[in-house]
Design a protein around this ligand. Structure first.
Ligand code: ZN
Ligand code: FE
Length: 263
């Protein structure tokens, strides 16, 4: 089997619309706008064969109607959210089989950012690498804001993503990495791998290169929202926020609130 290509197409200020292609056909994940997708497909001579949606926010679904004009393309999305144009309504454990490009995906419920948010896990590409498309749940060195869910829901969702194989390539929907790293360093200044990643990520952004995909193993090592149980992080939170931090859920909730106002 031929290799698949995973391309982050920039949209809006800082969104990525991921395209997965076998060189002829492409699947688009979370096309918040149509024009950048259409331009990229035209440049490569690819045909759109399916659309995958993770949640209902405008910057993830806004391009669907235009992409469907003049063509019939199946649209996969969460059963638990009000989204137009869905062909298939998915929930935890559902399988998605796409013929071209050949993709077998498993659906994970990952509520927190929105209440019906789903992620798509591909256990193996033709080279044996796993992939996950996680929308606005897990970001490089960060996680989504809690618009509709509770800290406990989001922590469960992040735990489920963190439990995927370490080699899993993580295809997040935003380029938030540099600001996330600044916050992560406030939570865990002594994390040497995080310090090294700051320099590497800054160098990539200076060349206008995406910092994504990241991997689950890397996120476990540097992402403070996957490390809420670390004593060093809990001590930093207690110190910075003058709070007692009795457990990892409290640590996670305090960290998420702190991030909302962190500049
Ligand atoms: Zn969102
Ligand atoms: Fe978003």
């Amino acid at each position: 089997m031929n290799a698949l290509e995973y391309v982050p197409v920039p949209a809006f200020e800082d969104n990525y619309i991921w395209l997965v292609s076998d060189g002829r056909n492409a699947v688009a994940v979370d096309p918040g706008e149509a024009a950048p997708v259409q331009a990229y497909l035209a440049k490569r001579g690819w045909r759109l064969s399916a659309i995958l949606l993770t949640h209902h926010h405008r910057d993830h679904v806004g391009g669907v109607a235009d992409l469907l004009k003049g063509q019939s393309v199946p649209v996969y999305g969460p059963a638990g959210e009000a989204i137009e144009h869905l062909t298939y309504r998915l929930a935890h454990g559902d399988r998605v089989s796409i013929a071209e490009p050949a993709l077998e995906l498993t659906v994970l419920d990952v509520p927190g950012h929105t209440s019906g948010h789903i992620a798509y896990f591909q256990a193996s590409d033709p080279r044996g690498t796993p992939h996950v498309f996680c929308g606005d749940t897990l970001f490089a060195c960060g996680c989504g804001r809690l618009f509709e869910g509770t800290p406990a829901q989001m922590l469960d969702s992040l735990d489920a993503l963190a439990a995927l194989p370490g080699a899993t390539e993580v295809h997040c929907a935003h380029e938030y990495t540099l600001s996330n790293i600044r916050f992560a360093l406030a939570c865990e200044p002594g994390n040497a791998q995080l310090v090294a990643w700051r320099d590497e990520a800054a160098a990539r952004r200076a060349r206008n290169v995406p910092t994504l995909p990241t991997t689950i193993a890397h996120e476990r090592a540097v992402n403070p929202f996957l490390r809420a149980g670390e004593p060093a992080i809990q001590a930093a939170l207690a110190d910075q926020l003058h709070e007692t931090v009795p457990d990892r859920l409290t640590a996670f909730a305090l960290m998420r609130e702190w991030k909302n106002r962190f500049r």
